[in-house]
Design a protein around this ligand. Structure first.
Ligand code: EPU
Length: 427
């Protein structure tokens, strides 16, 4: 199992490009199932979660491959040939690796009238239910049974319905949007997720021939059509990767420019970085950040887009651990998402978790130690802490990072970080 060795204290400087968004790709890829043909997804990041989704789609009969090299000499277009779908079953072996596998449910059911998808189960930081996905499909006429760990859904032709989500859910909005695109009649989704990844999905569906109004708002109206055609779309930039890199510069007294992303995607993070003393200039698809040196303690509370993302909560907690005073970080989306805290404490941070709030007393310096990754964003927070710490930090189990960050250590190295990947025997 690979690990990272980070020798902290290097100021990050320079320019680096942002990859395509993991969470957009994970919705765009299953959407290709809605049509028979060849779809192309441009700017797809090479990540383990993307490979897991490719494997799952292959299991269903899709021919999936990366076909174009990007400027780093790596491929960035995924081609999905859906002309010969042979199965509507998403097995446990794939779904257990990645919860986003549940995105195949809506497209398979609406196109083929049947889908059997393993229940995703728990997650590293607590329960992540899918009741809203199932309730919406039921309202559209699906019969749903839970047997032997699988969701088995059947329906003749789904019917348009009025769906009012009690909670704004990215996944449930995505699944309903895909299902409604081929349903009979009109579906209205109220309290729909407004995350840019969902808007990217809605744009792709429109290019495939779906009729969707209200993109980017909390009310989506979908007029079902009989058939969709395969198409192509560019994946939006990864706002969480961008936010993580900006914090890396802020924590190391650095000065960086990100390319390939506009401030629209991360205004909430930029505004909090400014509150903490950073100087930021956004211009077109570039974002420049200069670290404040002394970091002002700045509270954040996560919320749905355009609020501060839960996927940046762990990284912000790491940042505040070296602020000049005390701050609070509250997660309202996932109340238990604090697995990174005990590991940050091993690096010298002073953090107490009180219900869904981390109370952080900034320390002058973090000190390198051996720490363990527990999930994707927790791992990112440990890398950030390691970059700012005195001495050497060993981060074990970086496979969590490989699920969602493309070439993270290469990008950090370009910026001057002292970080290397080694094959570690520990697990
Ligand atoms: N929820 C329900 N019932 C449901 C679905 C969600 O109660 O049926 C609740 C959840 O428990 C949570 C809230 O609704 O409190 C929001 O969850 P959401 O459904 O929006 O999350 P998701 O679709 O499972 C996506 C991202 C996550 C990100 C969340 C929130 C993908 C593949 N995953 O998950 O990304 O944290 O939205 O923004 O898009 C990550 O990238 O590290 C990651 C975990």
């Amino acid at each position: 199992m690979d690990k990272f060795i980070v020798r902290g204290g290097k100021k990050l400087k320079g320019e680096v490009s942002v990859s395509g968004a993991k969470n957009a790709s994970l919705a765009l890829m299953p959407a290709a199932l809605l049509a028979s043909g060849i779809s192309k997804l441009i700017n797809t990041p090479q990540l383990n979660d993307v490979y897991t989704m490719m494997k799952l789609l292959k299991e269903l009969g899709v021919k999936a491959k990366f076909v174009r090299e990007d400027s780093f000499g790596e491929n960035d277009i995924v081609e999905l040939d859906t002309r010969n779908i042979t199965s509507q079953v998403a097995p446990y072996e794939h779904v257990k690796k990645m919860r986003a596998s549940v995105y195949v449910l809506g497209p398979l059911l609406t196109r083929f009238g049947y889908a059997k998808v393993s229940l995703p189960g728990g997650c590293a930081w607590g329960p992540r239910p899918i009741n809203l996905h199932l309730e919406a499909l039921k309202k559209m006429g699906a019969e749903i049974e839970l047997t032997e760990g699988y969701i088995v859904t059947k329906s003749k032709k789904l019917k348009g319905a009025k769906i009012n989500f009690d909670v704004s859910s990215v996944g449930a909005t995505g699944n309903t949007l895909m299902a409604a695109s081929l349903a009979k009649g009109t579906t209205v989704i109220n309290n729909a997720a407004m995350e840019p990844e969902i808007t990217n999905l809605a744009e792709f569906l429109s290019k495939m021939g779906a009729r969707i109004d209200g993109k980017g708002t909390s009310t989506l109206t979908i007029e079902g059509v009989d058939e969709l055609n395969s198409s192509e779309i560019a994946t939006i930039p990864d706002r969480i990767e961008a936010g993580t890199l900006l914090i890396a510069a802020a924590m190391t007294n650095g000065e960086i420019t990100l390319t390939g992303i506009s401030d629209f995607y991360i205004n909430s993070v930029i505004s909090k970085l400014e509150d903490s003393g950073c100087m930021i200039k956004a211009d077109g698809d570039k974002i420049y950040l200069k670290s404040p040196g002394d970091i002002k303690p700045t509270d954040v509370t996560t919320s749905i887009f355009p609020g501060f993302p839960t996927d940046m909560q762990a990284q912000w907690t790491a940042y505040m651990s070296i602020a000049d005073g005390a701050s609070k970080v509250t997660d309202t989306i996932y109340l238990d998402r604090f697995k990174h805290v005990p590991e940050l404490v091993r690096l010298g941070a002073d953090i107490q978790v009180n219900e869904n709030t981390a109370v952080i007393k900034g320390v002058k310096k973090l000190k390198g130690a051996k720490v363990m990754s527990t999930d994707l964003r927790a791992s990112a927070s440990l890398v950030l802490a390691g970059l700012a710490a005195q001495g050497t930090t060993e981060i074990l189990r970086v496979y969590h990072l490989d699920r969602g960050y493309q070439r993270i250590e290469q990008k950090l190295k370009v910026l001057g970080a002292d970080i290397e990947r080694t094959a570690g025997a520990e697990f």
